[in-house]
Design a protein around this ligand. Structure first.
Ligand code: 13P
Ligand code: SF4
Length: 349
């Protein structure tokens, strides 16, 4: 992957990316989606990038799939489709485009490539990883199978293609309970997120055994933090992602995937809400929900935050950052992901 100086030199040779009050004004409709969280001077700086990316997308017949954790200028400014991991994977299969830029982390781009081998999938930064994906290899799946013979392996999509290929079926945080419940065996192996597995176990009749991985963003919250937040901010609705430890989820008013969280806040419109998840989530929905006061905290995912407008423009310009998956591995991984998608559709999720 090119270093930042190379990226900047290349872009400045081809585009006028100087801050532009005129472009900022011309694209006031886009800015209106984020003006509660992005300052006017920042928008003046972002506008030339947003314009260049959106023009280039049309030229390359490209779309950008943006995860809910992208920063607002990426989420609202250049993404064609946004959503949680499941929604993005399902969208990838439907889009009519030659090129897909994954504004998210590497496992998401790999999943897109697995589902759309004929499309060019671009990753703006190959180092945008995930602590969960790094916590397990395919050998770990073999280890779990040896420990619990005959138990099916339900693997979170936050994993590499090799790990998906070694599993029976995938899940995301929006369908994990239903996927585990749909398994025939009484014991189900879940990898690699110990907390998601424990949260699923609390809602399922299955005996869920799990791998000890965790998300570096969500593991930081404690139940005491939530009790303190409540005391300091009476009347605040606490909403936690299921990658948080189970005592944190138990302390929250609601738990769900990133899209589940958005739906809950949109439906409920609490006066004050605290999203116990990645920082950008609240920023991305703040403008649509002016009646909701989003109160901290702010834990950032360092991997998601590696994605920027300039890196997106760079990969679209150079077509560098192409994601490849060994076809034999991709075939097996696709079976696990496709089973999840088919079952989710069957269950109306
Ligand atoms: P969602 O599937 O809920 O979007 O979660 C993905 C993720 O990486 C959360 O940390
Ligand atoms: Fe991975 Fe956690 Fe970042 Fe999501 S928030 S990409 S699970 S490290």
């Amino acid at each position: 992957m090119a270093d930042l100086q190379t990226i900047r030199d290349t872009l400045s040779a081809h585009y006028d990316l100087a801050p532009s009050p005129q472009l900022a004004e011309d694209m006031a409709d886009i800015y209106a989606k984020m003006d509660r969280v992005v300052t006017p001077p920042d928008w003046v700086m972002y506008a030339p990038y947003v314009k260049a990316i959106n023009d280039l997308k049309a030229k390359r017949n490209a779309v950008i799939l943006g995860h809910n954790y992208m920063t607002p200028e990426i989420f609202h400014g250049v993404s064609d489709f946004v959503g949680d991991s499941l929604q993005i994977a399902m969208k990838a299969q439907d889009v009519d485009a030659d090129v897909i830029v994954q504004a998210g982390v590497h496992f998401m781009a790999e999943t897109t490539k697995i589902l759309c081998p004929e499309k060019t999938v671009l990753m703006p930064d190959m180092e945008a990883g995930c602590s969960l994906a790094e916590s397990i290899t395919a050998d770990g799946i073999d280890e779990m199978r040896a420990k619990y013979p005959g138990a099916p392996v339900v693997t979170y999509v936050n994993t590499t293609a090799d790990v998906k290929a070694a599993s029976d079926i995938c899940c995301t945080s929006s369908n994990a309970v239903q996927i585990v419940d749909a398994m025939e065996s009484d014991t189900v192996i879940m990898t690699p997120d110990q907390y998601l597995a424990q949260n699923v176990a609390n809602q399922s009749k299955k005996n869920v055994v799990y791998w000890p991985g965790s998300c570096i963003v969500h593991e930081q919250y404690t139940a005491q933090d939530l009790r303190d937040f409540r005391e300091w901010n009476p009347g605040t609705r606490l909403i936690a992602h299921p990658e948080c430890p189970p005592d944190v989820v138990a302390e929250a008013d609601f738990s769900g995937s990133t899209s589940g969280i958005i739906k809950y806040v949109t439906d409920e419109k609490p006066e004050k809400a605290m999203l116990i998840t990645e920082c950008s989530m609240a920023s991305n929905i703040a403008d649509e929900l002016p009646e909701v006061d989003f109160v901290g905290p702010c834990n950032m995912c360092p991997y998601m935050k590696k994605i920027s407008l300039e890196k997106i423009l760079y990969v679209l310009h150079t077509m560098e950052g192409q994601v490849e998956v060994d076809p034999a591995v991709a075939d097996k991984a696709r079976a696990s992901v496709q089973k999840m998608i088919d079952l989710s559709k069957q269950l109306g999720l």
